[in-house]
Design a protein. Structure first.
Length: 369
């Protein structure tokens, strides 16, 4: 089976690392990776390929940044050309970025089946570009790999029931696989002079927060006040989008109370997450990683797709209100145990489903391994 995996943005490299490891153990599955070039800074892309031993993409479209239409359109054209050239049996897309939608759409129009990792997630906020991307992708996918039962239920409400599977969350696989490695090999705590449980960690990059000066100012104010009230540093690995917007809106003074650093590698991030006092974030992946590593999370959004983290008490939604950020950060405490995200073998389950699907659609080509 020839699988073409489309990646382009940071969280997709992490998911792809786990999928590619599982795929490489199956001789009948040949994977090619296409990188759209949506993320291109070394700290947003290459570092993940190097550290997580992700196979080198066979194609990089180098699309770079642009408006939604221009960037997605350029990806669509490039992916279409590559599918026509390489004729994959299936195209696999991850998550909810513009690269995901472009990959799914290019494949569906060429009648190449689509597998969607992280299918069925919903924020029910159509103003988020990610919500538009994932709804459209789910509706043109043939195999839908849902991390949770809630995702399956969301799809059923939209009439999507065919090809739907609960696989567990591949980000949980990554947390387990790289968690131990991070403890022994990352020196980020020493490098930054941090003491375990005596610092906060934050990430901010969502369009809804970074494109709105009031929301971005509220978040920076809240994070700075939290650090001050708790007398602990707050480390903020700064997404390039957020760095740009802080400059554009003249919010440097508010940001100066935070320990801002460049984006970090996955092993350094896992190390920082694992012993933070609490994590404040608007990231999808980081919300769950707090729970995976036993650290409470304060989510800088008004809603979340990862409802299990809130229901179990690990995650508190506070939006961009500075006072709420401070209160939730000071009170953050562990929640209840739960197993909503699977057993840590999601990548293996997905690879088995891909091969079973291929066998069914090409009779007589069973797997030998
Ligand atoms: C994208 C995804 C978002 C995901 C996030 C992960 C979409 C619509 N959004 O958001 O769902 O959570 O990635 O991080 O696909 N930039 C750089 N260097 C880079 C990458 C980006 O400087 O390597 C800057 C550019 O100014 C760019 C801006 O960041 O315009 C935004 O990048 P873009 O890829 O459009 O969206 P993200 O905010 O990264
Ligand atoms: N991450 C990282 N370095 C950083 C910030 C985040 O390795 O400096 C990892 C993080 O641990 C998580 C993933 O990137 O696994 C999340 O990516 P991001 O927040 O950019 O996107 P989202 O998950 O919101 O789509």
């Amino acid at each position: 089976m020839h699988l073409l995996t489309i990646v382009g943005a940071r969280p997709q490299f992490i998911k792809a690392a786990m999928l590619s490891k599982a795929a490489s153990r199956r001789p009948r599955l040949k994977e090619n990776i296409l990188h759209t070039g949506q993320h291109y800074d070394a700290a947003m892309s290459q570092v993940f390929f190097d550290q997580m031993a992700i196979p080198r993409p066979s194609k990089n479209l180098n699309v770079g940044s642009g408006s939604h239409g221009a960037a997605t359109g350029a990806m669509l054209a490039g992916i279409e050309e590559y599918i026509l050239e390489t004729k994959p049996d299936m195209v696999l897309v991850h998550g909810d970025t513009n690269s995901t939608l472009a990959g799914a759409l290019a494949a569906a129009k060429l009648h190449v089946p689509v597998a969607h990792v992280e299918a069925g997630l919903r924020s029910f906020n159509r103003r988020m570009p990610e919500e538009v991307n994932r709804v459209l992708t789910d509706h043109i996918s043939d195999l839908l790999f849902c991390p949770t039962q809630a995702a399956v239920d969301n799809l059923a409400k939209e009439g999507v029931t065919h090809g739907v599977h609960v696989t567990g969350d591949v980000m949980y696989d990554a947390a387990l696989f790289f968690g131990e490695q991070a403890r022994t090999s990352s020196s980020i705590l020493q490098d930054l002079g941090l003491e375990e449980n005596r610092y906060f960690l934050a990430t901010v990059h969502r369009a809804e927060n970074t494109d709105d000066p009031k929301r971005l100012a509220g978040i920076l104010q809240g994070l700075g006040d939290l650090a001050q009230e708790a007398s602990m540093p707050l480390v903020l690995p700064l997404h390039p989008r957020t760095k740009k917007q802080i400059g554009l809106f003249g919010l440097e003074d508010l940001a100066s109370r935070l320990a801002m650093i460049d984006p970090v590698s996955f092993l350094d991030m896992v190390r920082l997450e694992s012993t933070a006092r609490a994590i404040c974030t608007d990231s999808g992946g980081v919300q769950k990683e707090g729970f995976f590593h036993g650290v409470p999370v304060v989510t800088l959004r008004d809603e979340t797709e990862w409802i299990e983290t809130v229901a179990s008490g690990w995650n508190t939604l506070v939006g961009a209100n500075s006072q709420h950020i401070v209160e939730a950060g000071l009170q953050a405490a562990p929640g209840k145990s739960m197993d909503a995200y699977g057993q840590g073998n999601a990548a293996q389950v997905m690879v088995d489903l891909l091969l079973a699907w291929n066998e069914k659609s090409t009779p007589g080509h069973g797997e030998e391994a």
